[in-house]
Structure formats: C-alpha cells, structure tokens
Design a protein. Structure first.
Length: 73
C-alpha cells in the first residue's frame, strides 16, 4: 500500500490509506511508535493497556531484580 507525505505546519505527516486504518482500527489522535530500521520506517499502534502493563513490569523488574532471579531458580 502507498501513503502520501504532506506538509503539516513545520513538520511532515503521512497520510495512511483507509483500508490500513480500518484493518488496524486506528482513529484520529491514536499514538504510534515510529522506529527506523535501516532505510525503512516502522509504525506500530500503541496499546495504552499494554504500555501501562509494560511500565509496571519495568518498575518491578528494576526494584526486585534479585528476588525475581531467586524465584526463577
């Protein structure tokens, strides 16, 4: 699928095809992560529930790293 890059103020924005928007259940205001992989860009929708879980895991893993290692034995 093709998208189109357009000027948005002092930035550039990517126009996504409707089919892709529908398939990914995206709506205006949704957040995405943008990652450069070589000469390519990868866009992924952000799942707020997963992001909350991931942040909680990161905190627990940092605060209780030794305890978690001991429990894994």
């Amino acid at each position: 699928m093709e998208g189109k890059i357009r000027k948005v103020g002092n930035s550039l924005g990517v126009i996504l095809p409707k089919q892709m928007i529908d398939e990914l259940h995206l709506k205006s205001g949704d957040k995405v992560t943008i990652e450069r992989k070589g000469a390519n860009l990868e866009l992924r929708p952000i799942d707020p529930d997963f992001e909350e879980w991931a942040e909680a895991y990161k905190e627990v893993n940092t605060d209780y790293k030794d305890v978690l290692k001991a429990l894994a034995k």
